[in-house]
Design a binder for this molecule. Structure first.
Ligand SMILES: *Cc1c(COP(=O)(O)O)cnc(C)c1O
Length: 484
């Protein structure tokens, strides 16, 4: 059948355009360092380049490819630039991109074991590998009481953990009968905002999220947690969930898991540990101290899609007791019933997540782990940490700048000593120039600059250039006496 009759892309056309697109991506990798990191377009500029109405007649693929450069690229902020130091890394790699492509090519729905056994079994297996690679507690393995599952995001992992905690604490009553308004959860002001959202979605209410005080390193004060739990119990409330962070988004603060875990154990509260970015560091034995106390956790997650060269979306979520999770999320309509599920011999990951459908995401993770090997991943994590430590050293040695928080791993929080206004200007001007891209947070009410180091191709020269650029911008602003 020709194109006229079927409208489909033939396998030969796919081969040709596929090769062209892979070439385009390889060229992009070679030139991304030369592109302005932060997209320079104004709001609406990209849409203005698009036709107002969808095409009635199919267009040649070559025209679509040409529009990647013309329409799309100007509106891309280059997360894959070695000069990207904003937010957190979302570092990708060749094997991961190819794994995504294969997943798209197979196009399977992995909701049940039977809908593609390889999708489920590869996922179970690679997540067991991750337990070994990060030296996580054995209970998180599928061969023990728990197991791992790939979620789309750490936010979904938190929500899923909260739901399981809610049901475990109420003997599965809320699923049946709705909320009571008496269940409370605990975190700090530094905890990721996804927990507040999860409280809303889970029907627990954000008023029932207690924000526990932090110490001078922005980590949770375990004594304050214990006090708040006691006050809540005295008021007739039921504490059900503590979310501890290993590496907060804002400053990479690490909550004291041993003390928090002991409290959760004696109070029978679900402990979820969110290590979205920092967890990857545990690939290296010398950084595994970040997970001290993890044996207390009921659930844990980290994002290979942040700092482990794996395309978004890939959050590795582990539970210690899979029964609590499955009992919380399982419903079995008639049209999904099958012998394998009935036998109990297989995992049906639809019971481990919010949606029903799921992509074959384990492929990209498998490709990454096999391509780099543990040693390759360790090598790059060490490099990133080393570069961040070097940057912190430069800040420490400078007269004009200071560190704003401890630097345990790959994130440096720092600021110019001249106050918020100059920090704001330094950041805005540099980001507008496109030379590099970095972002800010607030610590103790003060504007704080963040250098998040973890892009796949970032080398010391990029970090050096960033530091020189930041210092020069500060001097230029002061030279012009612009500081308010
Ligand atoms: C980035 C981050 C999140 C959110 O991750 P998503 O996968 O985008 O939901 C949650 N927690 C921490 C500590 C983070 O750094």
């Amino acid at each position: 059948m020709g194109k006229q009759s079927s409208f489909h892309m033939t396998p030969d056309e796919f081969r040709m355009y596929g090769h062209a697109l892979v070439d385009w991506i390889a060229d992009y990798q070679q030139r991304v360092a030369t592109l302005p990191v932060l997209s320079q377009v104004q709001p609406g500029e990209i849409r203005a380049m698009l036709p107002p109405h969808p095409p009635t007649h199919g267009e040649p693929f070559a025209d679509i490819l040409a529009d990647i450069d013309r329409v799309i690229l100007p509106g891309v902020t280059h997360w894959q630039s070695p000069n990207f130091f904003a937010y957190f890394p979302a570092n990708v790699s060749g094997p991961s991109i190819l794994g995504e492509l294969l997943s798209a090519g197979l196009g399977v729905q992995g909701m049940l074991w039977i809908t593609s056994p390889a999708c489920t079994e590869l996922e179970t297996h690679t997540l067991d590998w991750l337990v070994e690679m990060l030296a996580l507690p054995e209970k998180f393995k599928s061969t023990s009481t728990g197991g791992g599952v790939i979620q789309d995001s750490a936010s979904s992992a938190t929500l899923t953990a909260l739901l399981a905690a809610r049901e475990r604490a109420t003997n599965f009553a809320i699923n049946r009968a709705g909320g009571t308004g008496k269940l409370v959860a605990y975190a700090t002001s530094q905890t990721h905002s996804s927990l507040e959202k999860a409280m809303m979605i889970a029907g627990l209410g954000r008023d029932n999220l207690r924000l526990i005080d932090v110490d001078e390193t922005y980590a949770m004060r375990a004594d304050a947690l214990a006090d708040q739990i006691a006050r809540d119990r005295a008021a007739g409330l039921t504490p059900i969930f503590v979310c501890a962070s290993v590496g907060t988004t804002s400053s990479n603060a690490i909550d004291p898991l041993p003390a928090i875990g002991a409290i959760c154990q004696s109070e029978q509260i679900w402990l979820h540990v969110d290590a979205a970015m920092a967890g990857t560091a545990a690939l290296c034995p010398e950084f595994r101290w970040i997970h001290a106390g993890l044996e207390y956790a009921d659930s844990y997650c980290f994002n290979p899609h942040k700092w482990m060269f794996t395309n978004f979306d890939c959050d590795a979520f582990f539970v210690a007791d899979r029964t609590a999770l499955i009992n919380t999320l399982s419903i079995l309509p008639e049209y999904l019933r099958n012998e394998a599920t009935k036998s109990g011999a297989v995992i049906d990951y639809r019971d481990w997540q919010i949606p029903l459908g799921r992509r074959f995401r384990a492929l990209k993770l498998w490709f990454v782990i096999r391509h780099y090997g543990v040693e390759g991943l360790q090598f790059h994590v060490r490099q990133h940490v080393q570069m961040a430590q070097q940057f912190a050293e430069w800040v420490r040695a400078s007269d004009a700048f200071e560190l704003a928080a401890p630097v345990p791993l790959n994130l440096v929080c720092f600021r110019h000593k001249g106050g918020d206004a100059i920090n704001q200007r330094i950041m805005e001007r540099i980001n507008r120039s496109g030379d590099l891209f970095f972002t800010h947070t607030k610590l103790d009410g003060k504007l704080t600059l963040r250098m998040s180091i973890g892009q796949t191709h970032t080398q010391l020269e990029h970090v050096q250039r960033a530091w020189a650029r930041i210092q020069a911008e500060a001097q230029a602003i002061q030279g012009r006496d612009e500081v308010i």
